[in-house]
Design a protein around this ligand. Sequence first.
Ligand code: C2E
Ligand code: MG
Ligand code: MG
Length: 579
Amino acid sequence: MHPKASGVGRESKGTTSDAPDNAEALLADFLSNTADLVSFYDRDFRLTHYATRLKDVYGGAVTPGAAIWQVYPSFLDSRCRDEFLRVFQGGSAARIELPRSKRDAPQSVFVFATSNGVGIIESRQHVGRSATEEQERVILLHQATHDVLTGLQNRRRFGERLQQALAAIGETRPKAALLQIDLDDFKAVNDTLGHGAGDTLLQLAAGRIRDALRDGESAYRYAGDEFAVIQLGNEQPAAAERLAGSLVDAFKQPFVINDIPVFVGCSIGIAFAPEHGTDGEQLMKAADIALYAAKTDGRGCARIFNRAMLLLLEQRENLRRSLRTALQRGELYLEYQPLIRPPSSVIGFEALLRWRHPEVGIIPPGVFIPIAEADGLMDEIGRWVLEEACRQALTWPPSLTVAVNLSPAQFLSGSLTDTVAEIIDEVGIRAERLELEITETVLLEKTVDNIDILNTLNVLGIRISLDDFGTHYSSLSYLKNFPFDTLKIDQYFIADLETDSKGQTIVRSIINLAHGLGMSVTAEGVETSAQARWLIKENCDCLQGNFLGRPLGIEAIGDFIRRSLPRVVRAMEESNRAV
Ligand code: C2E
Ligand code: MG
Ligand code: MG
């Protein structure tokens, strides 16, 4: 067996105890050498760490996981128990006098709250200055290995434990699994409900992770909303799949924060040692790639690392590199999808960005825009889209509008209103012909004053639409506070409109809500004449979708207006007659 596998306490003695940054080793060294009887308990009052001498004095009662009452029966006494619970609940420290029922029972113990439970020091010396100093040292050592907010073990401890787990792989323990857990939508909770709610969510999430663990599994808060579990067990992948399954299920229940039910799922990436890595860095990278795959596969799920994921990631890296020069090389272009007002008039087009990659071919915006956003390229690209769309719209009949999608990055740049004003001025397009589409994610960013930006754009005479309405957070407060001209109902609600009566009720209510607030409504993704008919009957103001017209290259717009229009007119008139 590898020498490090013999356990933290023994390993630390004389080997790593002098390393100042190895808090775990320092704590272990301290516990094996201190004359005081020191012990730590988790939130369930189960013994987690203890001084070697505690076992010498109390014998068999001292085993990992033993209840505090087994080590100190005096805490069953109601007075002691109340004082003890006060420390535990208040997060403070106190000296508690114990009843002297047993001959060699201690007179008093020092009890202090830790990040994930309580610590007890039974001083064998007189309680003087040195004992207090000693107590502070114990508390600091404990804090160095635990996360203060959630009480889980911290990142430093994670690194040490992972090294130990990997070093122990051999004959006796052939496998270890690393599960990287990331909360879905944590940022949105922080942004909408505040940081206090975010902290509460992290604590509750840590509790759910802790509750799902069995023997041989330990949880860590790695950073922000990222958690990790190290699993020592040989029945892999079954054990890791079981744990990941119960974690994903546990996160399906809402978290109740300030009486508000909040749904936050988790995504999990799993990697096994030794197959996916024999050192910590390799294994973490593999689990991270698997986590990324879980996120891109729709989130709220777990994925085990495989080589194909690595290939996908490499492809994404290649895309990322070539995206940097795509704009300069003229590889980006716009298509335009018609917006139709029933019964039959084309009122304008929505500009949709495309990338013609020299090797890969045409890449849709859903693939490359998130990369551009993450790489800080979207501000420049967004500016180009706006200018290109306005210039091209000038070649259309002057009554037609052009709708341009804005990304959150453009709001964050701080110069959006100036850029828009400059562009419409330079290009010479009337502001009323321009419509800007934003999604709710833009509004979630609280770092800029969104309402001011939207108001300024409105004052310029530009129309603003709320895109993809009904998905994401759909907070009704946005509708009260922001001056939207149009709500665009997401295609998700339109897709099964013909058969889904709940969907019908939702769409009907959105239309009534928007009209009540003086906004117009556009239905996105209309694919069939039955959907169009239903929407027209419900007074939807504008329709967009493949049934009425797919996105077209700029060169095809003139033709569409001239030749295809009669077809749209016919299709719409047929829809109308059927109403
Ligand atoms: P969006 O703004 O909601 O645009 C509508 C999307 O639905 C477009 O996808 C369009 O091609 C697609 N679509 C239209 N009719 C139908 C239909 O009948 N059935 C189905 N299944 N789909 C339909 P596309 O072009 O892939 O764009 C996806 C998203 O990318 C857009 O959603 C928008 O959020 C974003 N996007 C596109 N261009 C830009 C841009 O220039 N800037 C920014 N920031 N985002 C853009
Ligand atoms: Mg749009
Ligand atoms: Mg949309």
